[in-house]
Ligand binder design. Sequence first.
Ligand code: FPP
Length: 223
Amino acid sequence: MDGNGRWAQARNLPRTEGHKAGEHSLFEVVDGCLEAGVEWLTVYAFSTENWRRPKDEVRFLINFNEEILLRRRDELNERGVRIRFIGRRDWRVPKRLIKRMDEASELTRHNRKLTFTIAFNYGGRAEIVDAVREIAASGVNPKKITEKTIAKHLYDAEMPDPDLVIRTSGEFRISNFLLWQLAYSELIFTDTPWPEFQREQLFAAIGDYQERERRFGGVDSGS
Ligand code: FPP
């Protein structure tokens, strides 16, 4: 959900106004996924690197995430959305926010229409490190470790690898997002800043994705 800060600054607004505008985009995208029949949506809400931002912005983002969870959880629940979280639950994540995360997951755990995963205090490398630590601690024979073993120890072992990753706001980087999972994902980079990314832009990205040919390292079945 990149570009909130720049979108706001370009309008002489504080960066936090960009995040507020980003909430509308987020729910447009949730609606768009429900309408298009997308069953898994994962958003990068706060990275392990985002703690480096000015204190006030970090505080704002934490409170904002908590507030959105409280304000929107019932509506998401009624619409069949299952809320889940990936990321490190270390000392930096306030206990109150962890409580809200657990409440939202618990409330929506039987829903299946859309699994909406929020990456909070998430880093792709940290996720792989955490998986490796768990595997090492289990005492498994190193020769028995396969790709499946690693996948089983990621934060959400049930989450399928993404078909499509969309990065907004004109940056051409992965920035530590789902490093293991996106080995074969299709990537779309758009100049649109997150606050201007609406249902229409989502559908355009899905349309682009549908035009692509995925070979997963093999050859085209038609040739
Ligand atoms: C990146 O823009 C955006 C974020 C760091 C956070 C966005 C968070 C939300 C919209 C709320 C999500 C809440 C839930 C509960 C999922 P940026 O600040 O990096 O923009 P810039 O690159 O222009 O500076």
